[in-house]
Design a binder for this molecule. Sequence first.
Ligand code: ADP
Length: 692
Amino acid sequence: MATRVPDFLQGGGEMGSLMRAHDWSRSSLGSPADWPQSLRTVVRLMLNTGHPMYIWWGAELACLYNDAYRESIGAERHPGSLGRPAREVWAEIWPIIGPQIEQVMSGRGATWHVDQLVPITRNGRLDDVYWTYSYSPIDDDASPGGIGGVLVVCTETTKQVLAAHQLTLERDRLAQLISERARAFDAMRESEARFRAALRAGRMGYWETDLVARTRTWSDEAMALFGLSLADRKGKVGGADDEYLASLHRDDRHLAAHYLELAQQLDTFAADYRVVRPDGTTLWLSGRGAVTARGADGAPLRLISVMADVTETRQAEQMLAVERQRLRLALSAGRMGAYELDIASDTLWWSPETYALFGVSPDEFTPTRESVIDLLDPDDRPRFARRRRLAIAEHQSFFDEFRLKRPDGSRVWIGYRGRAEYDEQGHPVRTFGVVMDITERKKAEQVLRDAGREKDDFIATLSHELRNPLAPIRNAINVLHHLPPGDARAAWCHDVISRQTAQMARLLDDLLDVSRLTRGKLTLRVQRLELATVIARAIEIAQPLIDGAGHDLRVELPPDPLQLQGDLTRLAQVFSNVLINSAKYTPPGGTIVVTASADAVALVVRVKDTGIGIAEEHIDRIFDMFGQVESASSHAQGGQGIGLSLARKLVELHGGTIEARSDGVGKGSEFEIRLPAARVASTAHVALSDTG
Ligand code: ADP
């Protein structure tokens, strides 16, 4: 049976064709020709709009939709759902839409939903689908309650919703980013504040030099160091306006060019110089420069410099250097050296003076405990080691003296004074101290010891000497006692007594003079003298001894009188001592010659004998106090070792000198006495006979 297609199903694209071709007889709607007017009206509307529309109609809520709606329902429902009951088609989402449809159908009004999530399966996938839709009642008088169906006008808003979601997400992310940036910024500000505080604490500053723009950007801290205050922290580079160059100490200004040269080769380099601030104070700065940008040819374009004020350190270093220098001077003035031994590492440090004292060179000699001990005199080694060990064990400072043979063969005495430092357990950690050259002191001690011994010898000899004349004197007195008055032997007795007492008196006078001289109590009675007078007086004293030994005395003085200033008695004493020695130390029958001469400044008197002579090694000692030459003959002559010492002191008191010469034992001696000549010549002339 051919049925004419009703007008309201005309058009409508695919869905129009489908609806026209549909076999409606099997559906609850029945033939379109019988559809109520209100349904027809809405269907025509639906098929002829580009908006997605949907209709549920009748008790079964049969599904009708247009082309625009097709897209949203997928292959699962298109085209199969056309005319079928809503409850079957939309079973999946019935819990959501069922109640809403029910609301409309029961006359409780339309619904309106914006961006409602209605997840549906379409094209094999469960999609989250968003809809903005309304369910509106379609009036139909024939239907129960007057409502025949529901018109759904809808738009799928999934894309917009998702886009809006995305937007929200991105906004959130942005917000998060912004707050992160803000936090980072805060953190940066905080760290910059910390950095600046650190700069200030370290008295440091930095600046950047732009070699292209020829500007320098200073940090506040750097300006504070240089005492500068520049607008915008901007300074100039090069030329007379360069604040940096102008601040450099005059003696360090050349370094600026040097650092630029370094920057050509190195990415970072050390810098060290002084700046003079506007208030006149000088600061030592120390730090580094770093190249932050280079041109294609490698030339530096920008540099950053970080410098710290090290003035205090430098001053302390300078002080230390000065003190070290002072200590060094003090050590070398005291001929001392320093040492330090680190016990744990067993390393020994010596100051340069110590090397010098030990006569070794730091280039060739490494001081160790063993190498140092080897330099010591073998006899001194065990004692040195023992004392040191004991002192360290007893926490005492130690002192020792030892002999040393230097590599060049010279021998020295070294004094050694030190102490140890201990850890908390009382173990020695290091020892340190000084060494000093005590050779001279040791020599002086030896001289003193020798002098002491000589004094003992002298006292022994002197006792003999003072006792010797007493025996003949006592003997002579005894003889005198038994002689009848007028006996001729009395004259012999007198002679003996006067000779012996004269010798004793001379001895005692010499002793008295020596003691006066050593105590500085002897004064000269100086007057203008003629040498001949002095010599005549001396011969007078020595004559008995010279005659007694049968010597031949010759006196050869120049014809013109020789003048001098001096103490007659003392000078006569000098010459008589020398003459008496010649008489004593010359075997009987010898010859003694006295000669005199003068030049512009001095009178020279020589006394030469043909006596026993003096061995070369003794020449220097005979003028020493008690400086007797150990020989049988000198002792036999009864010497005390006073005469020449006294003679030398008296000559020196007169500003003169006395020297001895001898060609050796048995070859005679010669004594030469030089005295300053008196300036004004005198015409007085004293003739001298052989015998004085
Ligand atoms: P003394 O003669 O009393 O011992 P001196 O001081 O006069 O003391 O002399 C010191 C020593 O010098 C003498 O002991 C002697 O050994 C030596 N001496 C002095 N004069 C001569 C001399 N003319 N010839 C040899 N020896 C001399």
